[in-house]
Design a protein around this ligand. Structure first.
Ligand code: F58
Length: 830
C-alpha cells in the first residue's frame, strides 16, 4: 500500500513537472530564454553572448541533473561495488560542448540557437576553463572520469574545489608572470552546491588514553574543526543515461568553532577568524615540489581525505551494518600519493569510531586501496615531516607508526636483519628531517600498485620500488594511460569526427575506439587522402587565425605546423627544441638562394607554464621569446621559419592547437616521462610524432610501427652510460655553436641566459641535450623530407589516427575495473 501511495505521488509530481525535459529545438529555445530571464535575470529581449552562454548552460545543466538523479537512484537500488577515485587535481577544461555531445543533443541545441541568432561554437568560447590541476596527472583524471561514466561504472570522483585554480600565465616582455585564476567570479553552472552535504573535519589537539568500555583506548581530542561542503559536478557518459558525480569539497567555517570564539566577546575578530577556515580550499599548489613540508598543503590533503572518507562510509552504512562487507562494496583508488592519508584515516575511523580491533581494521584496509604512481624519480616522491604531521594529526601519526612497526617486524622475518634494506623500505625516514614516506605507506597498505606505461612499470620494478617489487611482485601492475576520444576528437575536431564516421560507416568508434583500425585499409585511398588533407587544412587555418590574433604574426598554411605544448620542465627538453630552431635559423641564414628554395617551411609553436619557483624553466620561456623576435623579424628568413609561443596554455588551448598540428614533439630524456598523454591526443588527430623512446611512446611504436613516426635519442638503457661517461669530448659541433650563440649575446640577455647555458655544458648536461642533439637533427631532417611528399605524409597521418585505439582511456578504465578494482558496469535503464 505504502509503495502504491508513493508511486501515485511520484506520478503526480512527474505530471506537474511536465515529465522529462524535452529536447526538440523549440523546447530548447523556450528553455534557454526562460533561463536568461529567470536564472540570469536579463531581459529575454536583450542579452549578449555571455548571457546567452549562461542561459544555455543552465538549460544543459537541467538535463544533466535529470540523468544524474536517475543514475544515483539506480546505483542506490542496485548497490553494486563502487569505485571512489581520490585525486587532488582535475583539469576539466570547459564543460558545455562536452556535455551537449555526451547527452546526444548537440545538433538540437545548435539548431535552437541558430534560430535565436546565436552560434553554439561562439557561445562555447565564452566559458572559462576549470583548471583545478597542474598537468598530465590532472588531465588524466578528467579523461578517466569521462570513461568511467561512458562505460557505466558506479564511480565517484572526489577532489577539492579550489577557489583559485592553476595560475594564469601572462607574458610581459617575454617573461612569465603568474596571475590568480578567478574562475568562479562569473558563477559556475556546472556545479551543484549541496548545502546539506557537509562534514566536520578536525585538526590539531592531543591524543589521550581513556578507558572505553573497560578497554584502554587512544582518543584524539582535536582542537580545530572546519566544515567541508560538497559541490557536485555531474559527469555525463556518452551513449548512455549514466551520469556520475565529481564531488569537490570546499572549506567553510564550522558552527561548532563559532560558539567558542563568540563567547570570548570579540565579535569582529571572531568573524574574521572564522573566515580563515576557507583558506584550506582556496588555492591549488603549482607543481614546484617546494610545497613539500608546507602545513597548508598537508591540511588540504587531510581535509579532502577526511570529508571524502566520511561520505563514503556514510553511503556504505546507509545500506550495510557489517564492516567486513566493506571490501565487497568499496574500492578506493589513490591517484598518486597525495590522498594517502586516507589509509590512516580509515584505520582511525574503524578502530576509534567503529570500535573494530586492529587486525580486523587492517584486514579491511588491505583489501580496499589501490595506488597509481605517476612519477619515475625516487627523489620526486612525497614526504611528510613527522613534526608537522604530529602537530596537525597526532592520532594519524601514531597509526602510521603502528603500521610501520608491524610492517618492519614482518619484514625482518622475511629479509632478516638487512638494515639498509629495512631502512629503505621503512615508512618512516630517519634523516635530518624525520619524515613519513607517502609512497611507502601507499604500497604497504594497497593491494595493487600501478604504473602508467610499460616502460614506467619496468622502472618501478627495477629502480623506484625495487625492494617492494621483490617482496610483493604480485602487487605490481601497469595500465597504460589513455585519453578520451570524446573530448580529443569529437569535441575538439568535429570535422575529423565526421570524416571518420563517414569512412567507417558508423559512429560506434566513439564508444569503441578500436574500430579506428578500420581506417587502415583506406590509408592510401586517394579520396580519403584528399578529404583528410582538407580537414587538416581547415584546422590549420583556425590555428593560424588564433596565432594572428595573439601575436599579429601571419603564418603560411603550407608550412609544417610543428608543436610542443606541455608543462615547461628541463626533462621535457623544450630547450632542445629551441636549440634545434636556432640551428635551423642559422642554417637558413647561411644558405644560398637555391638551397633556400629546398627548405621545408616551418611554423614552430611552443606553449606551456613554468612553475612559479622554477627559475630555469622560466628562462626557457624567455629564451623562446628572444629567439622568436630574432627569427620572425628577419626578412631573409620570411616564411621559411616562424616561432610562436602560445601563452596561458590550458585544456581549451590544447583543443584548438592539437587538431591543427602536423608534427608534435615529445622530447623527454629516456626514463623521465612516466607515460605522457599529450602524444596520444596528437596521434588520434592524425598528427605525426617526433619523439624519444620514452613512456608510452614505446607502446605507440608497437601500434603504428616505427616507420610512421620520427624517433631519436638515447634509449633507456644507454642513458646511465652516457651520463657516467661524463664530459663528451666530441660534443657535437653544431650543438656547441648554437649554445655559443646564446652565450655570446646574439639574442641579447647574455647574463640572464648564462645559468641556462650552464645546464647543458658537457660536464653538467644531466638531460643529455648535447649527446642527443645530432640524432634530434636527423629526425627533424627526416620529418622535413617526409613532409615534401604530402601523399605519403597523409598516409602516415591516417595510420597514426587508425592506430590510436589502444590509447583511449576507455581501455585503461576497463583494465582498472577488471584487474584492480573488481567492479562491474551498472547501467541506468531509462
Ligand atoms: C604526470 N605527472 C607524468 N604530476 O609526468 C606523466 O608522464 C603522466 O603521463 C601523467 O602524470 C599521467 O600519468 C604529473 O602530472 C603532477 O602534475 C604532480 C602534481 C602534484 C605535484 C607534483 C607533480
Amino acid at each position: 500500500l505504502v509503495s502504491g501511495e508513493r508511486k501515485a505521488k511520484a506520478e503526480r509530481m512527474f505530471a506537474l513537472m511536465d515529465g522529462f525535459q524535452k529536447n526538440d529545438p523549440m523546447s530548447l529555445q523556450k528553455d534557454i530564454l526562460n533561463h536568461v530571464e529567470y536564472t540570469v535575470a536579463r531581459s529575454r529581449f536583450s542579452f549578449d553572448d555571455f548571457e546567452a552562454y549562461q542561459g544555455l548552460s543552465h538549460s544543459v545543466r537541467d538535463r544533466l541533473i535529470e540523468r544524474w538523479h536517475d543514475t544515483q537512484l539506480h546505483f542506490k537500488r542496485e548497490d553494486p561495488k563502487r569505485v571512489y577515485f581520490l585525486s587532488l587535481e582535475y583539469l576539466m577544461g570547459r564543460s558545455l560542448s562536452n556535455s551537449v555531445i555526451n547527452l546526444g543533443i548537440r545538433d538540437e541545441y545548435a539548431e535552437a540557437l541558430n534560430e535565436l541568432g546565436f552560434e553554439l561554437e561562439v557561445l562555447a568560447e565564452q566559458e572559462g576553463d576549470a583548471a583545478l590541476g597542474n598537468g598530465g596527472l590532472a588531465r588524466l583524471s578528467a579523461c578517466q572520469l569521462d570513461s568511467l561514466a561512458t562505460l557505466d561504472y558506479p564511480a565517484w570522483g572526489y577532489g577539492l574545489r579550489y577557489q583559485y585554480g592553476l595560475f594564469r600565465q601572462l607574458i610581459l616582455d617575454g617573461f612569465q608572470h603568474e596571475q590568480p585564476d578567478y574562475w568562479l567570479n562569473f558563477g559556475n553552472p556546472w556545479e551543484i552546491e549541496r548545502v546539506h552535504v557537509t562534514y566536520p573535519v578536525k585538526f590539531y589537539g592531543t591524543v589521550e588514553e581513556e578507558l572505553v568500555d573497560g578497554r584502554k583506548s587512544r582518543v584524539w581530542i582535536p582542537a580545530e574543526t572546519v566544515e567541508a561542503v560538497a559541490y557536485d559536478n555531474p559527469i555525463p557518459g556518452y551513449g548512455t543515461r549514466n551520469t556520475i558525480t565529481l564531488r569537490l569539497w570546499a572549506a567553510k567555517p564550522s558552527d561548532h568553532y563559532d560558539m567558542e570564539s563568540y563567547n570570548t566577546g570579540d565579535y569582529i575578530n571572531a568573524v574574521v577568524d572564522r573566515q580563515k577556515a576557507e583558506t584550506i580550499s582556496s588555492v591549488l599548489y603549482p607543481d614546484d615540489r617546494s610545497h613539500q613540508g608546507k602545513e597548508l598543503r598537508l591540511k588540504q590533503q587531510y581535509f579532502f581525505v577526511s570529508a571524502s572518507t566520511q561520505d563514503i562510509i556514510r553511503r556504505f552504512k546507509d545500506a550495510h551494518d557489517n564492516f567486513d562487507e566493506f571490501p565487497q562494496k568499496v574500492a578506493l583508488q589513490l591517484n598518486d600519493t597525495h590522498p594517502s592519508l586516507a589509509i590512516a584515516e580509515i584505520m582511525r575511523v574503524l578502530i576509534d569510531e567503529e570500535n573494530l580491533d586492529w587486525d580486523r581494521a587492517w584486514g579491511i584496509v588491505c583489501k580496499i586501496f589501490s595506488f597509481t604512481t605517476h612519477t619515475v624519480l625516487a627523489e620526486g616522491l612525497e614526504k611528510i615531516p613527522v613534526d608537522l604531521l604530529g602537530s596537525l594529526l597526532p592520532r594519524h601519526l601514531e597509526i602510521i607508526y603502528d603500521i610501520n612497526f608491524k610492517f618492519m617486524e614482518d619484514l625482518k622475518k622475511k629479509v632478516g636483519l638487512d638494515y639498509s634494506r629495512l631502512s629503505r623500505m621503512s615508512i618512516v625516514e630517519d634523516g635530518a628531517v624525520k619524515s613519513i614516506r607517502s609512497a611507502n605507506l601507499s604500497i604497504v597498505c594497497s593491494h595493487t600498485v600501478n604504473g602508467v606505461s610499460k616502460v614506467h612499470f619496468e622502472l618501478l620494478k627495477t629502480k623506484v620500488f625495487k625492494d617492494f617489487y621483490e617482496l610483493w611482485p604480485e602487487k605490481f601492475q601497469y595500465k597504460t594511460n589513455g585519453v578520451t576520444q570524446r573530448r580529443w576528437i569529437v569535441v575538439s575536431n568535429p570535422s575529423l569526427c565526421d570524416l571518420i564516421t563517414k569512412w567507417l560507416g558508423t559512429e560506434a568508434w566513439i564508444r569503441n575506439v578500436d574500430l579506428l583500425t578500420g581506417l587502415r585499409e583506406y590509408a592510401t585511398d586517394a579520396v580519403l587522402q584528399q578529404e583528410w588533407k582538407m580537414v587538416r587544412r581547415v584546422n590549420k587555418m583556425r590555428l593560424a587565425e588564433y596565432i594572428e590574433v595573439l601575436s599579429g604574426l601571419k603564418v603560411s598554411l603550407d608550412a609544417m605546423f610543428d608543436v610542443q605544448i606541455k608543462r615547461i620542465h628541463e626533462y621535457k627538453r623544450q630547450l632542445l627544441n629551441i636549440l634545434g630552431i636556432i640551428h635551423r635559423y642559422d642554417c637558413i641564414k647561411n644558405m644560398n638562394e637555391s638551397d633556400r628554395r629546398k627548405v621545408v617551411p616551418r611554423v614552430c609553436i611552443i606553449g606551456g607554464k613554468a612553475a612559479p619557483g622554477y627559475e630555469i624553466a622560466k628562462k626557457i620561456i624567455k629564451l623562446c621569446h628572444v629567439v622568436a623576435d630574432k627569427i620572425n623579424n628577419n626578412s631573409d628568413i620570411g616564411d621559411l621559419l616562424k616561432l610562436v609561443f602560445i601563452p596561458d596554455y590550458n585544456v581549451s588551448v590544447a583543443e584548438l592547437v592539437i587538431p591543427g598540428a602536423d608534427l608534435s614533439q615529445h622530447l623527454s630524456t629516456a626514463g623521465h616521462e612516466a607515460s605522457g598523454t599529450g602524444s596520444m591526443k596528437f596521434l588520434m588527430n592524425g598528427c605525426l610524432l617526433l619523439a624519444t623512446a620514452d613512456g608510452s611512446t614505446v607502446e605507440i611504436i608497437e601500434e603504428i610501427g616505427s616507420e610512421n613516426l620520427f624517433l631519436f635519442g638515447a634509449k633507456l638503457d644507454e642513458v646511465p652510460t652516457l651520463r657516467e661517461r661524463g664530459p663528451n669530448m666530441k660534443v657535437n659541433l653544431q650543438f656547441a655553436r648554437v649554445v655559443r650563440m646564446i652565450r655570446d649575446g646574439y639574442f641579447g640577455f647574455q647574463d640572464y641566459f648564462e645559468s641556462l647555458c650552464d645546464t647543458v655544458e658537457a660536464d653538467k648536461d644531466f638531460y643529455l641535450l648535447g649527446s642527443d642533439f645530432g640524432s634530434y637533427l636527423e629526425a627533424q631532417a627526416a620529418a622535413d623530407k617526409a613532409f615534401v611528399d604530402q601523399d605519403k605524409w597523409t598516409e602516415m597521418s591516417i595510420l597514426s589516427a587508425a592506430g590510436s585505439g589502444r590509447f583511449s582511456s576507455d581501455r585503461t578504465i576497463q583494465e582498472y575495473a577488471e584487474k584492480t578494482w573488481g567492479i562491474e558496469a551498472c547501467r541506468c535503464p531509462f
